[in-house]
Design a protein around this ligand. Structure first.
Ligand SMILES: *[C@@H]1O[C@H](CO)[C@@H](O)[C@H](O)[C@H]1NC(C)=O
Length: 296
């Protein structure tokens, strides 16, 4: 039987078939049914077993200068993400990759391993590639954990890793969650459509799919892309060398290069209330939410 990717909807009873409940931290991991068996037996899996988590962090950013160090309820954002990533059970080694001494110093201060990378890296992925090359140890999977999403659950990181371990035909894996209707037209919230086996078809800053009426269909389960992604380490070596592609440049979405070159990308659906931090207003929003939920 081929694995199936079931689209959940609030009104039908089939969604439970693709739910994997992660009990820690109240997170619910939702995966394609085909991945279920592998997720539950992953300890004995040998394929792509050595995993490194890399948190790429640069100081300069056109949108938000010094973002990794911005305090969120008094703690630097990068420390929050590092603490969450530390709880992921699939990761054998976790490092911060940065080009900035201020970031390095603070990360070393809270106990992180830091790898210095060059200022010329054009993206977080390139920073991961460079960090991987500087390490003496060998890894099979690299998880790119973005500073942007400080409330990411460790179960989601594990889910993305396990999805790649369970899909030998894919070189890349990532996660999506339900898109809130109010985020439908926000180009910073990237949308994703997947095939019936849970492989990515396309990512867009526009709303996909596009309803014939021209309006947002409130009954359609649109997917929001979460920045977390993992790569096959061999693929990561060639990824930055692949020339930029037409759709990638048009949308300014690096992951499109993977699809445009014909590689497969596995997508897991997770239940995660996304609170991406892209602007200073997002910091206020996330702090308000954490106070509300008594997270410290
Ligand atoms: C578009 O959205 C409406 C609800 O707003 C839905 O009834 C319809 O089936 C969707 N698709 C098309 C092709 O109209």
């Amino acid at each position: 039987m081929s694995p199936s990717w079931t689209t959940p909807s609030a009104s039908d009873g089939t969604s439970s078939s693709w739910l994997v409940h992660g009990l820690l931290a109240g997170a619910t991991i939702v995966a394609a049914a085909g991945a279920y068996a592998v997720i539950s037996t992953s300890r004995s899996a040998k394929f792509r077993s050595r995993v490194i988590g890399i948190i790429p962090a640069r100081f300069s950013s056109s949108r938000f200068q010094g973002k990794p160090l911005v305090p969120i309820l008094g703690k630097p954002m990068i420390q929050r993400i590092w603490e969450r990533a530390k709880l992921a059970t699939t990761i054998d080694k976790l490092v911060v990759a940065t080009d900035d001494d201020r970031i390095a110093e603070i990360c070393l201060g809270f106990g992180a391993d830091v790898i210095m990378t060059s200022e010329s890296c054009r993206s977080g992925t390139e920073r991961c590639t460079e960090a991987l090359q500087k390490l003496r140890e060998k890894f099979d999977i690299v998880v790119n954990i973005q500073v942007d999403e400080p409330l990411i659950e460790p179960e989601i990181i594990d889910g993305v890793v396990k999805a790649l371990q369970a899909a030998p035909d894919a070189v890349f894996s990532t996660a999506v969650t339900s898109l809130k209707p109010e985020d439908a037209s926000d180009p910073n919230r990237v949308k994703c459509v997947v095939d019936t086996h849970g492989y990515a078809i396309y990512f867009s800053r526009g709303l996909i799919p596009y309803n014939k009426s021209g309006n947002v269909n409130r009954n359609f389960p649109y997917f929001l892309h979460l920045g977390i992604q993992s790569y096959d380490a061999k693929f990561l070596k060639i990824y930055p060398e692949l020339s930029p592609t037409l759709l990638q440049l048009e949308e300014d979405l690096e992951q499109l290069k993977v699809l445009e070159n014909g590689y497969k990308m596995k997508v897991i659906k997770v239940d995660h209330d996304a609170h991406g931090v892209y602007t200073s207003e997002d910091v206020e929003k996330i702090e308000a939410l954490m106070r509300e939920r008594n997270l410290s």
